[in-house]
Design a protein around this ligand. Structure first.
Ligand code: MCA
Ligand code: AMP
Length: 524
């Protein structure tokens, strides 16, 4: 069997000098390539010693750290399935993920061991370890006793490497199953398309300031750096000032639009600070044209916007170098990064825009975006019906995004057919928040809508009615929501109204609410 284990491919790209620095943290710690190799081997040997069934899930809810990165690499090496979970998830959310995914191992922050181990053991999990962001916890203590040598478990390209949970329009989160082949094909395409420099070209240096429990920070950023043997300047938390201070030593930065607007608010962001930078990449949420323009004016760099999903990793990208598949009116390869667009389908990705009947539309016309490619996931974990619903009979994945492709091939996202709010790059499904609100004592019914926000791009606002005779206080209601949902899902404002606007069919008119509250966070 040819080994398609993703770790094998990443390891092959490590630079010859294994003692050179692979990761430098904002606390001044240096990790060499050999450290990554050895630490992930010890963890992989620990996982192996547990004699877990094939395809066991390793659920990980820990604060960002280089050790958490090595745990990801170890899981790949051991041929097991990595299941990253946002640190903001609360007990009820974690109980759902553990019940649904049935992991064999749970790794959590030391401070969460009390409540999370209870949920895990009740869910039948046999092994619960802790891992702190300061190199503490039982996981590393146990791994210390294992060998630094480990041969990656051979895997086919269809074998699962990770399950990434993404919320659903019905309020139930779905686990997107990603294989070694899905992740490696996407990483290899981005390696070329974004022109990651090889050691011979003098490697890139990536500023890594994203969380590592979602596709953007975990796969796009980490695979990009590792597959080109590039050093990472590592931040456990995003801090705009500290990132700007690092720019002169870096060449690539990846972030969500909120990170760009927060950096623009810093006086230290200047052309001089950015003069060694090669590439600024944005994604996970729409980048406003104003941000694109302001960034170009301040730094002299045009941000490269790209588009992707947990189910597919990256789908489209503005060009880094000229893309010979797309030519301008003079027949020249397109090299221009266009603000407001997400660029071209990546090589190997097919993308089409269809009308309500599923027929492809003319260029420039708006419709639903569907995709195919080696990066498209294997389906939703234990949800065959849901998986079938999201694919057309001829194998196109329905993204739920609405957009168009112009005559030069640039893709623009204009909206979403799925009821989804993207807040600071995190997805919030109104259905999930509404179901929590509707269950609260005194709430009759609720609607959650996304409205523009200067920092997070978009945030949720809750509008609800009270049961007869009940008087509800918004702050108290939100406090109850906060107790059950991750903090970024909690609506930023809420309103009690006598009734929700409805159309003739009795359906709540969310567009009316969106229009009504559109300017809630506008600055005068
Ligand atoms: C924090 N808060 C938020 C958000 N983040 N509210 C709404 N939306 C958010 N994204 C609130 C918290 O609830 C808290 O409020 C307060 O802000 C401070 O929290 P803190 O954690 O300190 O916030 P922060 O450190 O300032 O975080 C902002 C951030 C972060 C750095 C922009 O949200 C972030 O890292 N976003 C990146 C998300 C990401 O990686 N997405 C990729 C998904 P309170 O105190 O009231 O509770 S992958 C994906 O989308 C696809 C595949 C793709 O294309 O990439
Ligand atoms: P997730 O479920 O977290 O993987 O989020 C994927 C969704 O984020 C996509 O379906 C899009 O709606 C959105 N998204 C990602 N990148 C962009 C972008 N550059 N512009 C607009 N929306 C984006």
């Amino acid at each position: 069997m040819t080994d398609s284990n993703l770790y094998t491919a990443l390891r092959a790209a490590f630079p010859p000098d294994l003692d050179s620095v692979a990761v430098e943290t904002d606390e001044g710690l240096h990790y060499s390539w050999r450290d990554l190799e050895h630490a992930s081997a010890m963890l992989a040997n620990l996982l192996k010693s547990l004699e877990l069934p094939p395809a066991s899930r390793i659920a990980v809810q820990v604060d960002k750290s280089v050790e958490a990165l090595t745990l990801y690499l170890a899981t790949l090496r051991a041929g097991l399935v990595f299941l990253p979970l946002n640190t903001a998830y609360q007990a009820a959310e974690m109980a759902y993920f553990i019940g649904n995914a049935e992991p064999a191992v749970v790794v959590c922050a030391p401070a969460h061991f009390g409540w999370l181990s209870k949920i895990a053991f009740q869910g039948g999990v046999r092994h619960v370890f802790t891992l702190g962001d300061d190199r503490t916890g039982s996981l590393l203590q146990r791994a210390m006793h294992h060998s630094v040598h480990h041969l990656p478990a051979p895997r086919t390209s269809d074998d699962l490497a990770a399950i990434v949970y993404t919320s659903g329009t019905t309020g139930r989160s779905k686990g997107a199953m990603l294989s070694h082949g899905n992740l490696l094909s996407n990483a290899a395409v981005l390696h070329t398309y974004w022109g990651w420099r090889t050691p011979a070209q003098g490697n890139d240096v990536l500023i890594h300031a994203l969380p590592i429990f979602h596709v953007h920070g975990l796969f796009v950023a980490i695979h990009g750096a590792l597959l080109s043997g590039s050093r990472m300047l590592w931040f456990n938390r995003f801090n705009p000032k500290a990132v700007i201070d690092c720019l002169p030593r870096a060449t690539v930065f990846m972030g969500v639009p909120t990170m760009y607007t927060r950096m623009l608010a810093e006086a230290g962001l200047s052309r001089a600070a950015c003069q060694h930078m090669r590439l600024f990449i944005s994604g996970s949420a729409p980048l406003l044209p104003d941000t694109f323009k302001a960034w170009a004016q301040r730094t002299g760099h045009t941000i490269l916007e790209r588009y992707g999903m947990s189910e597919t990793a990256m789908l489209t990208s503005n060009p880094c170098l000229a893309d010979s598949r797309y030519t301008d009116a003079d027949g020249q390869p397109q090299a221009q990064r266009r603000g407001g667009t997400v660029g071209f389908p990546l090589p190997g990705v097919s993308l089409r825009v269809v009308d309500e009947r599923g027929s492809p539309v003319e260029s420039g016309e708006i419709g639903g975006i569907q995709v195919k490619g080696p990066n498209v996931f294997q389906g939703y974990w234990r949800m065959p019906e849901k998986t079938a619903e999201e694919f057309t009979p001829d194998g196109w994945f329905k993204t739920g995004d609405v957009g168009c492709v112009d005559e030069h091939g640039y893709v623009t996202i204009v909206g979403r057919s799925k009821d989804l709010i993207i807040s600071g790059g995190y997805n919030v499904y109104p259905a999930e928040v509404e179901s929590v609100l509707n269950d609260l004592p005194g709430v009759a019914e609720s609607a959650v809508v996304g409205v523009p926000h200067p920092d997070f791009g978009e945030v949720g606002v809750a509008v609800f009615t009270a049961q007869p005779g009940v008087s509800l206080q918004c702050d108290a209601v939100l406090a109850q929501v906060r107790a059950v949902l991750a903090n970024f899902k909690v609506p930023k404002r809420c309103f009690v109204v006598p009734e929700l606007p409805r159309n003739a069919m009795g359906k709540v008119q969310k567009n009316v609410l969106r229009d009504h509250y559109r300017t809630l966070f506008s600055t005068p």
